[in-house]
Design a protein around this ligand. Structure first.
Ligand SMILES: [Zn+2]
Length: 143
């Protein structure tokens, strides 16, 4: 086999490999979950970029905060004017990022196609994650 043939075969092989990679993977990889920027004030934790994170996830900051507070069993508040969230316990950025990852997995990423182009629709007491990319609907636990 000539070098050119080998290259040609290699390209064909690559093409076949790429065709087999599910869209799911490429969709999730493009989506980067934002990381918290925090400072500790005494026994409190301030998330400075809270609004940015919520915007990036296209979720209401109040919903995201409620989720975090519930998971941390803590109290806290969000100030819409400054875009900052305050949690009334000391928590590491690592723990917060882990919680945000979990939130994204459940309340942002479509379980069917793996894309983040979703919104939450409330039907009575039921929350449904509606995917704008593939149209799938997934009931999720209300926060
Ligand atoms: Zn989808």
């Amino acid at each position: 086999m000539s070098g050119e043939d080998l290259l040609h075969n290699y390209e064909k092989l690559l093409e076949r490999l790429y065709a087999r990679v599910p869209r799911k993977i490429s969709g999730t990889e493009r989506f980067e979950v934002p990381r918290v920027s925090i400072i500790h004030q005494g026994s409190h934790t301030i998330i400075r970029n809270f609004r940015e994170i919520a915007l990036r996830l296209r979720r209401d900051p109040q919903i995201l905060l409620r989720y975090l507070l519930k998971e941390l069993a803590a109290a806290g508040n969000y100030d819409d004017e400054s875009g900052i969230a305050r949690i009334n316990i000391r928590v590491s950025s690592k723990s917060l990022n882990t919680l945000i990852d979990r939130f994204v997995k459940t309340y942002v990423i479509c379980p069917t196609c793996g894309r983040p182009d979703t919104r939450i629709v409330k039907r009575g007491r039921t929350w449904i994650l509606v995917c704008e990319a593939c149209g799938a609907e997934q009931p999720v636990k209300p926060i």
